[in-house]
Design a binder for this molecule. Sequence first.
Ligand code: GDP
Length: 324
Amino acid sequence: MMTNDPLLHPLLDGDRRALSRAITLVESTRPDHRDRAMALLAALPDRQALRIGLSGTPGVGKSSFIEAFGMMLTGQGLRVAVLAVDPSSTRSGGSILGDKTRMERLSRDPRAFIRPSPSSAVLGGVARRTREAIRLCEAAGHDVVLVETVGVGQSEVLVAGMTDLFVLLLAPAGGDELQGVKRGIMEVADLILVNKADGELLAPARRTVADYAGALRLLRKRPQDPDGFPKALPVSALTGDGLTRAWDEMRALADWRRETGHQDRARAAQAQDWFTAELRAALLARLQTPEAKAQVAALGARVAAGALPPALAAQQVLDWLDGT
Ligand code: GDP
């Protein structure tokens, strides 16, 4: 698709303001903005970054890790984008990346781009915006796109469904912590990093790594894993210990998946899921207009009164939608 959008060329040249504005555009729900966003997205070339999902409950050291890890990557000449999926932002009004003091050094790094999560959005809306923002960050020439989320279960599975690798960040803890990580999250993790493996926490961190390594071995072997994965490793965002190793492991896994075709297959499946999610959202949106709601309410009342079979009522709504 052709577009003469003035954002396109600066975006492709890596201009950070253009990237910011393009993300604001894809976050907008205004119909004219939506049209413009779709034309812009359709015009993007197929540049691919390594997409890494990262999750961890508040306090495990996510921002410290992203800052240290991100600085290590930019130090190697790589360009890094950080996006956040924050399902809690609707409730708290704040966001996990909203605090300006987070990742202060990384945010000043010209090779890094950090985008706070939108201040209010439902999870489904956040998903669309994040997928589109990932595409924009790739088009802007980033080598690595980190998608961060808080550990609440649903958002991890969502983020794992839009990234190439999924990293779970944990803190050292006692033996009962294992149960605290939901099985669904363990199943989508490719790498478990136990942070704060330094000073007095080094020994507990090593024990936690061993516990998780044991738990990971009990999971069913997935076709997208080479031998030894998923893996658990210790890291310290504070001292930087283990960060190079973690990056080496991520690259080894990503390279293997690329060479074996798993990455292309996963991305194709993700694109199809995205398509069906968009389709469902668009169909549901047609039921949200005042006229549609009135139709549904009127027919619902007749169904409740026993005057109309439910299936027939549903069909009448669909017929009505077809006629509008
Ligand atoms: P977040 O809530 O997950 O983003 O966690 P933060 O990055 O804000 O870190 C929470 C606390 O853990 C802060 O007091 C950090 O200084 C501390 N912290 C983070 N990473 C490390 C680490 O590698 N080692 C140690 N000892 N403390 C850390």
